[in-house]
Design a protein around this ligand. Structure first.
Ligand code: ADP
Ligand code: ADP
Length: 237
């Protein structure tokens, strides 16, 4: 069918050291795909190819193609600001800005030039509802985001990522800094977001991949060694 992201023959180098080897993989629409594998196998590197975050690294070099719908991400003329609007990112350690809850959510919209307060207010409510945080923070939108709990901060970062209506949401170990209760909360949230967004999640936790993902890609030493429906890959014989 018609994937949102189509990776073809992707290789990636940090200087002389090759981190990804000729990976080809499609990411199905409105599904959760987990990238799993041992530490150092290239999961984060692959994720950072999708928003061109690797560009920041000295000596980084990419080969192959990553199509986001009809747009070639690896094209030198790719507009990075536009790319980051279309591809949201949630980091391992939530990183709210030392600003109000409201300003954290509208961050990407302000970069995109949205000024209309009605539009911003609507986006804040919709995104915080989407991130299952609205009821907890609706009366304190102007308070600092740094006063939230760790689990709330991570949901705030998810709200910030979805506020701009991205086509893809990248999550790099989104639960690894959370306590078990907040982890369950965020995993449930990923389940709810899957009907609307195409999600690519990096996790070293196989149980988590089994719980939250529709498809799983297993990387080993920079190569794709297994890919399929999660419920088939994780079935025990
Ligand atoms: P994972 O996310 O699976 O733990 P990474 O993508 O972080 O793996 O790393 C893949 C390989 O690339 C590792 O060998 C790692 O040491 C190397 N690597 C990661 N980031 C850099 C970097 N900025 N410079 C050089 N090598 C890097
Ligand atoms: P993760 O596995 O979650 O990517 P790491 O602890 O491996 O986290 O890496 C933390 C940071 O260090 C990342 O920004 C990564 O790019 C960088 N890094 C990892 N390996 C190397 C390396 N061999 N040389 C330089 N930077 C590296």
């Amino acid at each position: 069918d018609n994937p949102v992201v189509r990776v073809s023959n992707l290789s990636f180098y940090y200087g002389a050291s090759q981190a990804l080897f000729d990976i080809s993989l499609d990411f199905p629409r409105e599904k959760v795909t987990a990238l799993i594998g041992p530490s150092g196998c290239g999961k984060s590197t692959m994720l950072r190819c999708f928003n061109r975050m690797n560009d920041l690294v000295d000596g980084a070099r990419v080969e192959g193609s990553i199509l986001l719908e009809d747009t070639e991400i690896n094209d030198a003329t790719m507009d990075i600001i536009e790319l980051r609007r279309r591809v949201g990112m949630v980091f391992q350690k939530s990183n709210p800005f030392p600003k109000s809850i409201y300003e954290n959510v509208v961050y990407g919209l302000r970069i995109a030039g949205v000024k209309d307060k009605v539009v911003l207010d609507e986006a804040v409510e919709r995104s915080l509802q989407g991130a299952a945080l609205w009821d907890e923070v609706k009366d304190r939108l102007n308070e600092s985001a740094l006063g939230l709990s760790g689990g709330q901060m991570q949901r705030l970062c998810i709200a910030r990522a979805i506020a701009v209506n991205p086509e893809v949401v990248l999550m790099d170990e989104p639960c690894s800094a959370l306590d078990p209760k907040s982890t369950i909360r965020v995993e449930e949230l990923i389940g709810e977001l899957r009907s609307e967004y195409t999600i690519i999640i990096v996790t070293h936790n196989m149980q988590q991949a089994a719980r939250v993902s529709d498809y799983t890609a297993f990387l080993y030493e920079g190569a794709l060694v297994e890919y399929g429906l999660t419920k088939e890959l994780f079935v025990k014989p």
